[in-house]
Design a protein around this ligand. Structure first.
Ligand SMILES: [Zn+2]
Length: 356
């Protein structure tokens, strides 16, 4: 297994800036890189920063309908919005294509064995489906990566979507497809966008059992969150045996995030990322691509992203201080999370030996 880590970043990622007053600002990428640099993370001898080339229209068309792709390109040239919270411009489009290009470059390096892990800053546009966008997302880079790897011979993929919002777009695209085990751990959809991602949504037809939602109550902290990951993600990964794990998210499950109500700490993100890496080591020779893009509190975003990168690389400890004190998780939360885990085991026991 290669110990090499590639991290994709381009100054132009900054153009993925959805405007003043919008929670998604483009300075996040530059701020995170500055934070990493100041703390020596980029000096690690096995870490290489790569500057991606833009993804092509052919790459987009592996997943998206041509009419939809043409619509987004037209909206970009006319400087219009796709919906109330998803503006489009030529600058935004240029940045999106570079971010997706970075995701593809990381995936190619990891799948070919050139690198052990790929970390794409930006990416994880999981609300985009084949013919729709929304939720700040235009094109689904997770699916585009999967389809590009498929062209190169890959056959089994595991996606762990740990963003605070359910990955409805990725779920829709692979709802009937047993070659992609999609696991989304997120805040209870009755309390947050996009309003889907319930336990009973387990896939259809041949894909039944391959779409797994872990909805958590608002206020879920590190220990209960990691308990759910250990009880569901790890046994499924061990039984499914993917060729590669793709993890997407960012810092919006943090307790101080402005859009979500889960209560992870930066240390929790480090433990999560470490668990994902250890699982990849166990089940798919360490092949792991992390897409890190979300987070809506600029004060905690760089620390959490640092934690995610540190865990993915395999650093043994994480001791950066947070600017706020985390809340204490009320005892009823753990009981609710245990209930979700029990329900999932029961719903999925027909499909998975580990839950029988
Ligand atoms: Zn999110």
């Amino acid at each position: 297994m290669s110990e090499r880590v590639v991290l994709s970043f381009h100054e132009k990622f900054r153009q993925y800036d959805l405007g003043e007053g919008h929670p998604f600002r483009g300075d996040r990428f530059v701020d995170a890189m500055k934070f990493f640099r100041e703390r020596g993370l980029l000096n690690l001898p096995n870490l290489m920063v790569i500057e991606p080339r833009p993804a092509s229209k052919i790459d987009l068309l592996r997943v998206h309908d041509e009419d939809y792709v043409d619509l987004i390109f037209r909206l970009a040239s006319e400087n219009r919005s796709y919906d109330i919270e998803t503006p489009v411009s030529n600058q935004i489009l240029e940045a999106v294509l570079l971010i997706i290009g970075g995701v593809l470059e990381c995936g190619r390096a990891v799948y070919s064995g050139e690198a052990g892990r790929g970390i794409s800053l930006g990416g994880g546009f999981h609300h985009a489906g084949r013919n729709y966008g929304g939720g700040f997302c235009l094109f689904n880079d997770v699916a585009i990566l999967i389809e590009c790897l498929r062209v190169n011979g890959a056959k089994k993929f595991l996606v762990l979507d740990y963003d605070v919002h359910a990955g409805n777009g990725t779920s829709d695209i692979y709802y009937c497809d047993p070659s992609v085990l999609f696991i989304s751990i997120h805040q209870d959809p009755r309390t947050i966008y996009p309003g889907t991602g319930f336990t009973w949504q387990i896939g259809e037809g041949e894909g039944k059992g391959y779409n797994v939602n872990i909805p958590l109550p608002p206020g879920t902290g590190d220990e209960s969150y990691l308990y759910a990951v250990k009880e569901i993600f790890i046994p499924l990964a061990e039984e499914f045996k993917p060729e590669i794990i793709i993890a997407n998210g960012g810092s919006d499950a943090h307790f101080a995030d402005k859009l979500g109500d889960l209560s992870l700490t930066a240390r929790g993100f480090f433990k999560l990322s470490s668990l994902i890496r250890e699982t990849a080591d166990k089940v798919c020779a360490g092949k792991l691509v992390m897409l890190i893009g979300s987070g809506y509190n600029p004060e905690v975003l760089p620390i959490c992203w640092h934690a995610l990168v540190a865990g993915a690389i395999g650093l043994q400890s994480f001791d950066l201080k947070e600017p706020y004190t985390p809340p204490i998780e009320p005892p009823f939360i753990r009981r609710k999370v245990q209930g979700v885990v029990e329900e999932l085991r029961s719903l999925l026991k027909e499909n998975w030996r580990c839950f029988k």
